[in-house]
Ligand binder design. Sequence first.
Ligand SMILES: [Zn+2]
Length: 439
Amino acid sequence: MGELAWEKRQFGHRARLALTPAQARLMDDQAHAARTMWNCLHDWWTMLPKDKRSLAAADAAIRQARKEIDWLAVLPAQAAQAVLKSYVQAWRNCWDRRADEPNFKARLRAVMSVDIPQGRDLQIKRVHRRWGMVNIPKVGRVRFRWTRDLPVGKLANRENRITGARLVKDGLGWHIAFRVQTLELKPEPHTGPEIGIDAGVSLPLALSDGNHQDHGRPARLPDGTADRDKWLNPQEKAKLLRLEQRAAHRKSFRKPKERSSNRLNRTYDQIKQLRAKATRRVVDWQHQTTTHLARTYGTVVVEQLNITNMVKSAKGTIEEPGTNVAQKSGLNRSISQEAWGRTVTMLTYKTGRYGGTLVKVPAPNTSLRCSACGFLTPGSREGQATFVCKNPDCGWCGNADWNAARNILHLYRIGLVAIPAAGRAVVRRTRGAKPATAR
Ligand SMILES: [Zn+2]
């Protein structure tokens, strides 16, 4: 055993809020005010000559708007400051090429959220084995489900505390996401085996050792398209279909530019509720799976995928429209459905917590290459569950997802590792550089 080392850890903890209908309305008002604030800010910022744009000027503009438009005052001053901060950050992300330019937030599409940037405003207290109380500015004391121990009260100190929170609304209502900071013993290095993982077509997560992680739901419909609603049971699916038909029917009576009726909005809310239920189930499964993987393996290797780029490249540009857009966007949808990005995020922090490492490899052609001999068979293999090697001397065949997972692990073993630098992946060969085709 070496010396004990401590490390700072930051994580989020999400809990559902038990709001009364009146409190929920107050929250909705705050969220709409935050969105309007963003839109005012964006309008003002883009009209201003470039040399006049500054944080101080934006701050003054926000103060002025809060004085002039009285319903913006429902948003606590700290939350308004948080809007400004995230707006400026959005531009920084754009200048560093991590994201597109910030844009206006639409009433129906934007996620409803309000920030509480200061932890001390929350005044969290545990009141029951299963319930905690939190203070929400301009709303009051609200109960939330207590599902894990948080550093509050006597447990809180400089190193272990809650630094803030964000309130987010989904189809099931308002949630609070606490930002937690703790100081913990650094874990011993994980000595477990190396593993390559691929988000597969027929297997949700294929492992290079021939195992896989399954959720018992088909990834695809019989016609080969991705099943968007596989996390709902047959009754829920039938209900969803009924609701979607009802929404389409009600929408057909709406005249152009007319606001959607309350009945139509109610149907939309019910659809959102079902979708939120499905999302909650996926996240739950992902948490269980990634914890298991982080506990079992010392090094986890995944493919470096840039989902936003994939969606963009499929669409193409106006001058050069993409080919097979529908097909590719179907693939993208199924990737988004499996929420591969979320799985990787979870794996990143969980492997760290157990002393392991997550490695990303640049992975062109992992599904086209034979993992037994390295022979590359060009052409699309999308949707095919079995890989057959076209090399006359090899002829290996097996599960296509396992094949890709083994290729991913192989890329790591020959030292091909992706290092993210300023938004673009740079490939570096670390250990003895052999070409990827050599086995
Ligand atoms: Zn082969």
